[in-house]
Design a protein. Structure first.
Length: 342
């Protein structure tokens, strides 16, 4: 056989192989997660389910099969992600969840951010009651006339819609009640948050004074608008648990709409909402790590979905899919980065 003929045959063979292999290679790169199952969790607070659904659908676009998300309280999630029983969630709140760091650090990690610095927490009071009783800080709830006005169950204490057991905010609220010596003056309601808030909103609708804890993003600030219906009240002074002591400056914020003062001493450091994932899982799935590092959800979008959900539109999966399509160009850039990382 002539050399030129052999070269021609070899070139043809290589070219054909390249042509037929290209779709397979491209498919593998487009779907780096094919054949892999991701075990996902989500928080018990439904205001975090929208971004959980978005991240789930984005991970599925990378070819992964997503199990869940399974709804878990904070303590079991952080233990499970450390042990590798679940792979991730996108409902970490830090520094609020700093108390769980000893449970997961070394086996799991924070990677990326859903929303940075925009997650506020604090205490709100009916605006009319705040003006009537001159309420500006939690210390005002030590006054008999204030306690009487906010005592809805007749136990002699002002009722505060607080957080259910196991939530990070429950620990912070208990710390505040002790630090400010409010145990004999304020009754923290620890039942289901949504039901407790619904009861408080109904009471507000009947012109009864209410005191409640909330965070943003949350439907509560759409239902009871700070500055119009309610006001943020301050804590007497910043007093944080020992593991948050270095975050004291972040517990006072400027420009908080509807606060009784500016800057506003909320008493809670502003939080980042972040993904937390098992480190071994991330090492084995660089596409997921890259996606978590790249993706983020505007707080305004979360506010809007939370308000719609509170109005009865509870199809979170459909809302997430709609947001993804409305932001397809941005989303595709995240997915491209994730695919390249694989």
């Amino acid at each position: 056989m002539k050399t030129s003929t052999l070269k021609t045959m070899l070139i043809g063979t290589v070219s054909a192989a390249a042509i037929f292999a290209s779709p397979l290679a491209a498919s593998a790169q487009d779907m780096p997660g094919e054949g892999t199952t991701v075990r996902m969790a989500q928080a018990t607070w439904d205001t975090g389910w929208f971004h959980a659904a978005i991240y789930k659908q984005l991970i599925e676009e990378l070819g992964y099969t997503v199990e869940g998300p399974t709804t878990l309280d904070n303590p079991p999630f952080y233990q499970a992600v450390a042990q590798g029983d679940v792979d991730l969630w996108v409902n970490g709140w830090f520094p609020l969840h700093n108390t769980y760091r000893p449970t997961f650090e070394g086996s799991a990690e924070i990677t990326g951010a859903v929303a940075e610095g925009g997650a506020l927490e604090g205490y709100l009071v009916s605006k009319a009651a705040a003006e009537e009783f001159d309420i500006t800080t939690l210390d005002d709830f030590k006054r008999d006339e204030v306690k009487e006005a906010f005592d809805r169950d007749g136990d002699g204490k002002a009722d505060l819609v607080a957080c259910p057991p196991g939530w990070g905010c429950e620990i912070m609220i208990e710390h505040h009640l002790e630090a400010y010596e409010l145990g004999d003056h304020v009754n923290p309601i620890k039942a289901g948050y949504a039901a407790s808030m619904a009861d408080a909103i109904a009471a507000h609708g009947q012109d009864e004074p209410i005191l409640f804890y909330t965070w943003t993003p949350n439907w509560t600030v759409n239902e009871l608008v700070p500055g119009e219906d309610v006001v943020w009240v301050e804590v007497p002074e910043v007093n944080l648990p020992e593991d948050m002591a270095d975050l004291a400056d972040a517990a006072t914020r400027e420009g908080v709409t509807g606060c009784v003062a500016d800057p506003c001493t909320l008493g809670f450091p502003a939080n980042d909402i972040v993904p937390v994932a098992n480190t071994a899982f991330l090492d084995e799935n660089p596409a997921v790590r890259a996606l978590l590092d790249e993706a983020s959800i505007p707080l305004e979008a979360i506010f809007e979905q939370n308000a719609a959900m509170n109005d009865g539109d509870d199809d979170v999966e459909a809302q997430a899919a709609a947001w993804i399509e409305e932001n397809r160009e941005t989303v595709d850039a995240w997915l491209e980065t994730a695919r390249n990382a694989s």
